[in-house]
Ligand binder design. Structure first.
Ligand code: TPP
Length: 597
């Protein structure tokens, strides 16, 4: 075995090419085993094994800094930087995180989780290092999917003209989670199809000699290398125009070519873009053949979660609404399957758009559609909606555009950890003038809420629902709240998924479940005023949440009783959802303990 538990960047540097190839094979085996058992991102990690091995062969982490965009492809980096023995704890409570995390390792130069931030982060790091006289390199690895996000261009616009030791590795595999869409995908394909390999020394020398300071001496180094890397250096390509030296396209599974190209980029001491071409899922046939399905896997242990998911129910309900109403337009930001919009997309391709990983654009695009009498429905994970705050306020709220936001993964999300927690949507949206928010607990409530958001609201209307399946369902006429009265003097107020836990405590307290959670209705305030003591349970961040808002309304109305608020007060790391709920006091046992006898 070349792969050892104490594998390190120094060890990588000691290996010859054959040994490195063998190492890549062994790393792939570890990746398949780990992700099959623990869940996580498989196809993206299988695609970047050689790239990351080559990066560690050429650069010296942690002095040289690696920033992984999204960070879902960095498992090999974790294996090489002291975490090989702990990979069996990946994504488990207390174990290795599925994303780069500076608190976990000094080799994780910057947090990962959300897309398209790597160029900006890497530029900031590089500028800072330069000011301090640190000559090390900063390498950002960004996929062609993440490159559909606008912030990547904001970063490049500023990076190209800087004279920092900044290398962007563009990992092109033609895929986001599903097939990449839009003009950029076509553009990258065009670069590849028209590529000319300039394998002569002359071209490399020409490129290197044009770099300042040490260009000529590097030319000599490269001249002496046996296999000259094949560079196509296009003076007119987009990246050159942004001010980067462009190297590529390079076979991202060829260790020698990768090592050489990265070595050249390192020596250039200026912003460079190394364009590598990889196969998502490489080396594991099921993932190669269906990289979409193998993008993210659930842990083995969660296979017992049978039943229809909220995502599925949303997708089917919207399909039904779309059949009846030609004004419905569905939008996703590169998450067609993950949000359940594939049904709608297939049935009504003209009224569907995948905008790429571009959530802020999606919201403004929806606002534009709304001006034309359409009812846009943007399906998005709660944590990714965070980057759309200005669009919600400026583009939607001020002129009261009616757009519906289907917020999936609201609440605790489990193994993806901090970066993906859906804890802020309620605090965010309830500060947006004119917004309304629904938070169903069951699948049937979800359908009812979606229809209300589409047809009864005007302005930003959100329906938020959790990951996974419903815990319980209730028969109802789908009012905006449900009040379980057993004559207690104390009341539990809650909403969303955790209502299922609260309902089991109806022998200890009356229960008030809000379904339309915002604006908070006067009826809800009136009911609360009748109780001596109110226990709020909220699966969302405490600050600015419904509990705080309702408490403030109660105080204004003269409430003199006791109030106890239990909600998320920090962003919890990776663990099972059940553990995250328990740790926050939001599962049955936790609620029972807080209520006391
Ligand atoms: C802001 C944001 N939106 C959506 C996602 C969900 N997501 C995770 S990976 C991914 C696709 C990334 O594609 P690419 O950068 O090409 O990497 P690949 O998986 O192909 O290696 C998406 C959409 C995210 N992480 N961040």
């Amino acid at each position: 075995m070349i792969l050892k538990n104490d594998i390190s960047p120094e060890y990588i540097k000691s290996l010859n090419v054959e040994q490195k190839r063998r190492l890549c094979y062994e790393i792939r085996q570890l990746l398949v085993k780990t992700v099959t058992d623990n869940g996580g991102h498989l196809a993206s990690n299988l695609g970047t094994v050689e790239l990351i091995v080559a990066m560690h062969a050429v650069f010296d982490s942690p002095q040289d800094k690696f920033v992984f965009d999204v960070g879902h492809q960095a498992y090999t980096h974790k294996i090489i930087t002291g975490r090989a023995a702990k990979m069996n704890t990946l994504r488990k409570e207390g174990g290795v995180s599925g994303f780069p995390k500076n608190a976990e390792s000094e080799h994780d130069a910057f947090i990962g989780g959300h897309s398209s931030i790597s160029v900006s982060a890497a530029l900031g790091i590089a500028r800072g290092m330069k000011l301090k006289g640190d000559e090390h390199s900063v390498v950002a690895v960004i996929g062609d999917g993440a490159l559909t996000g606008g912030e990547a261009y904001e970063g490049m616009n500023n990076a190209g003209k800087s004279s920092c030791n900044l290398i962007i590795v563009l990992n092109e595999n033609e895929m986001s989670i599903s097939k990449n869409t839009g003009a950029l995908a076509l553009y990258l394909a065009q670069i590849r199809s028209t590529r000319k390999y300039y394998s002569t020394k002359k071209n490399i020398e020409k490129a290197l000699n044009s770099t300042p300071v040490i260009g000529k001496s590097i030319g000599n180094v490269v001249k002496s290398t046996k296999s000259l890397i094949k560079y196509a250096i296009y003076q007119s390509n987009l990246f050159e125009n942004f001010g980067f030296k462009y190297l590529g396209p390079i076979d991202g599974h060829n260790l020698e070519e990768l090592t050489e190209a990265l070595g050249v980029a390192k020596m250039m001491h200026r912003p460079c873009l190394v364009h590598v071409y990889t196969k998502k899922g490489k080396g594991y046939a099921p993932a190669e053949n269906n990289s979409g399905e193998y993008h993210g896997l659930s842990p083995k242990s969660s296979a017992v979660q049978n039943g229809v998911t909220f995502t599925e129910k949303f997708g089917q309900t919207l399909l039904g609404i779309g059949k009846e109403d030609k004004n419905i337009f569905a939008v996703t930001a590169a998450m067609k399957y993950a949000t359940g919009l594939h049904y709608f997309a297939k049935a009504f391709p003209d009224r569907f758009c995948d905008v790429g990983i571009a959530e802020p654009h999606a919201v403004t695009f929806c606002a534009g559609l709304a001006t034309q009498g359409f009812i846009p429905v943007f399906a998005v994970y709660s944590s990714f909606l965070q980057r759309c705050y200005d669009q919600l306020i400026h583009d939607c709220s001020i002129e009261r555009r009616h757009i519906v936001i289907a917020i999936d993964r609201a609440g605790f999300v489990g193994e993806d950890g901090e970066t993906h927690q859906g804890l802020f949507d309620v605090s965010m949206l309830t500060a947006v003038p004119g917004a309304s928010v629904y938070s169903p607990c069951s699948l049937s409530e979800l359908s009812a809420c979606l229809k209300k958001a589409v047809y009864l609201e005007n302005g930003v209307a959100a329906v938020r629902y959790p990951k996974g399946v419903e815990l319980s369902s209730f028969d109802d006429d789908y009012a905006d709240f449900r009040h379980i009265k057993n004559g207690h003097k104390r009341l539990i107020f809650t909403y969303g998924r955790i209502t299922s836990h609260a309902m089991k405590l109806s022998d200890r307290a009356d229960i008030l479940q809000a379904i339309k959670i915002f604006p908070i209705s006067e009826k809800i305030v009136e009911i609360c005023l009748r109780y001596d003591e109110i226990f709020f349970f909220e699966e969302g961040i405490k600050s600015g949440g419904i509990s705080e808002k309702l408490t403030s309304m109660l105080i204004t109305a003269g409430y003199k009783g006791n109030v106890t608020v239990t909600a998320a007060e920090k962003i919890p790391p990776h663990a099972a959802v059940s553990r995250q709920l328990a740790n926050a006091g939001l599962d049955y046992e936790g609620m029972k303990a807080i209520l006391g006898e």
